[in-house]
Design a binder for this molecule. Structure first.
Ligand SMILES: NC(=O)c1ccc[n+]([C@@H]2O[C@H](COP(=O)([O-])OP(=O)(O)OC[C@H]3O[C@@H](n4cnc5c(N)ncnc54)[C@H](O)[C@@H]3O)[C@@H](O)[C@H]2O)c1
Length: 361
């Protein structure tokens, strides 16, 4: 490993936020709203986190509440998020994991109560909602952190520090894909573009967020194409694409090419997150890079924190809440990434080149 690789890996380790439990008097009391697939997973992370007490659980679905209560037996439960927020004097922070089209309504109510908010990605399903959420976060007393947890994945974090250090030269090209099997059919809102924002917004936003982070600026324009080629009316009433490809052009003549399909046979499935620079290319997921003109891949020295990105993202949120520190995944950065996803969606739906300026409202 080169000195620069080692030094950068150490910087990433030192720069990693402290995990919890250092001050037992500093318990953060958390309420989780939305206890489906994601919310119940986040709840399990929180239940294991020193210095955190899950004090309330909220979901429209009583069976999900009952299941969540097994993980946090001491928490009070309710089906009405407004009632919970109105009586939240014993709550410090809300974790929101409800469907995308409900984020604005719930997150703004939680922010207006003066509490800290962790809201799942994407910000919302429309540009208008995203902009309103940013305004609410800007004027809130508490912090707002978005659930783009991959920014807290050690490999991606170290790889991104390496890109930002300039050690690989300037960024030339970005490539991503997400080629998977179908989504869970029982979760109806995923397949309704009016609710989820379509797959480019609801699912691809993670990789889009990483690439926007790599270049740290929005694209100038986007164009693309997509549709439903295999799963026509499956599940019935489906309006979300099952395949698409989009190209973004960033300042400096940098292109980002992304494709997304849902009918990949398991053997071919996977995701790709590559940044190509003047001196070499890096794979963000594995923190492995190759120098141009040389043989052999070099794995960056990434410290193993022994915790998943999901855990770390929430642990960082709790630390940020205690310190009232602006998160890496703050409202502005999450809004930018969500709007970039929406820009690609608009280009695909309208079959034309869409500019970043058009996304500013
Ligand atoms: N960061 C990630 O890697 C990741 C992974 C999966 C999902 N997500 C995100 O998490 C969110 C939830 O996704 P999911 O897959 O868990 O969906 P889900 O449908 O499994 O769960 C959503 C839950 O919210 C509840 N709910 C809906 N409206 C509500 C309301 N008004 N008040 C209280 N509860 C309400 C539903 O009853 C359901 O139990 C979405 O934003 C999704 O994009 C993020």
């Amino acid at each position: 490993m080169s000195d620069i690789t080692r030094r950068l890996a150490m910087t990433a380790a030192l720069g990693a936020p402290a995990l919890l439990g250092q001050s037992p008097n500093d318990t953060v009391r958390v309420a989780v709203i939305g206890l489906g697939t994601r919310g119940s997973h986040l709840l399990r992370q929180l239940a294991d986190m020193p210095g955190v007490k899950v004090v309330a659980l909220c979901d429209l679905d009583e069976s999900r509440l009952a299941a969540a209560k097994q993980t946090a037996p001491g928490a009070e439960t309710g089906t009405d998020f407004r009632r919970l927020i109105d009586r939240s004097q014993d709550i410090d922070a809300f974790v929101i994991a409800t469907p995308v089209d409900t984020h604005k309504m719930i997150a703004i109510a939680a922010l207006e109560s003066g509490k800290h908010v962790y809201c799942e990605k994407p910000m919302s399903n429309t540009p208008e909602d995203v902009r309103v959420m940013v305004l609410a976060a800007r004027s809130a007393k508490g912090i707002f952190q978005s659930g783009f947890q991959l920014r807290h994945d050690p490999n991606r974090r170290a790889a991104m520090d390496f890109v930002h250090s300039g050690a690989m030269g300037r960024v030339l090209f970005l490539q991503g894909y997400r080629h998977t099997g179908d989504l869970p059919r029982e979760t109806a809102w995923y397949f309704d573009r009016a609710r989820s924002g379509d797959n480019i917004v609801e699912q691809a936003c993670h990789i889009i967020d990483l690439m926007v982070w790599a270049v740290d600026q929005p694209p100038l324009r986007a164009f693309g194409s997509g549709g439903i080629n295999l799963y026509k009316d499956e599940p019935p009433g489906r309006t979300t694409m099952d395949n698409y490809a989009v190209i973004y052009e960033f300042p400096g003549d940098v292109r980002f090419e992304f494709s997304h399909i849902y009918f990949d046979p398991p053997g071919f499935s996977g995701i790709k997150e590559r940044v190509y620079c003047a001196n070499g290319a890096i794979d963000l997921q594995t923190a492995t890079w190759m120098e141009r003109g040389k043989k052999g891949a070099i794995k960056l020295d990434v410290p193993d924190p022994g915790k998943s990105a999901d855990y770390r993202s929430l642990a960082v949120f709790i630390d940020n809440a205690r310190a009232r520190r602006t998160p890496l995944n703050n409202a502005e950065s999450a809004a930018r990434s969500t709007l970039v996803a929406m820009m690609g969606r608009k280009a695909i739906y309208e079959k034309r080149i869409v500019t970043w300026r058009e996304m500013q409202g």
